[in-house]
Design a protein around this ligand. Sequence first.
Ligand code: PAF
Length: 281
Amino acid sequence: MKVVRSPKQIQEIVRKIKKQGRSIGFVPTMGALHPGHLSLIRGARKDNQAVFVSIFVNPIQFGPREDLSKYPRPIKKDIALCNKEGVDFIFYPSFKSMYPDGFDTYVNVPGLTEGLCGKFRPGHFKGVTTVVNKLFNLIQPDIAYFGQKDYQQALAVKKMAEDLSMPLAVKVAPTIREKDGLAMSSRNKYLNPSERKDAVLLYRGLKLARNLINKGNHNCVSVINSVRKFLKQGRTISVQYISIVDLKNIEPALILKGKVLIALAVYAGKTRLIDNIIVKI
Ligand code: PAF
C-alpha cells in the first residue's frame, strides 16, 4: 500500500492503473475510519482490481461554527486500518494542494441539497460536491462508495455524476451500526457517557416511526410528533429536524406510499448526529 500526498503523483498512478486495464474502486473519507468506512472499503475490494481511499478533512464543507478544528485526525491508525483491508493507495493531500491560492470554482447541486441537513448547514453540500468532484477527477474511479447514513450526500453526488456525465457508478452501502443501534460515525467519539446513552434514541425513534407506519398510521405529522416526543426522554438531546421525505427528490412526503426516507438530525449535547431509515409502505 502506498500513501500519496501530491495530486500530480496520484494522477500518474491512476494513469498507470488505467493503462493496465485495472478497474478502480474509490472510497472518499475524512479519516477517523470506523467499521462503516471499512465495509465500504471491503465492497470496493470485492468489486474492483485497485482500491483507492482518500483521507482529507475538507474545510470548505464545514460552517464557521462547526467542528473543523476538533475533527479527529488519527492518521497513523487510519493508515494501518487501510493496510489491513488491502487498500492499494491512500490519497492524503494537504489543504494547499487541494485548494491553491486563487481557487474559485465550485460545484453545486441546488435542488437536492436545500432540504434536510442543507437547511441547517448552508454551504455544506456545495463543499462536499466540490471536493468529491475534484477527487473523482484525480482518481477517476469506476465505482465510488458512500454510506446510507449520509443519504442526502450520496444522492447529491449521484446527481452531480449524472448531470456532469461522469463515467462512474455511485454505490450506496447500508449504514453500519453499533450493537445498540447507534449509526457508526467519526463524531461519536465526541459523546460523553450520558450523551452516548441518549444517542441510542435516534435509531429507536426511527424504528418507532417505522412501526407506527407499518401499523397503519400514515399521517406524517402524527408520526413525526410521536418520534419527537420519544426523543424528549433523552436529557441531552435537542432535535434539529425529523422529516419523512420522498426517496428520490427528498421533498416532504405528502402521501405515505411506496418507499420513503425517515431522516433526523439531533444534537446530543454539542454533537450533531444524523440517522435515517428507508421504509416501504
Ligand atoms: O462523508 C464524508 O466523509 C465527506 O463528506 C466526504 C464524502 C469524504 C467529502 O469530504
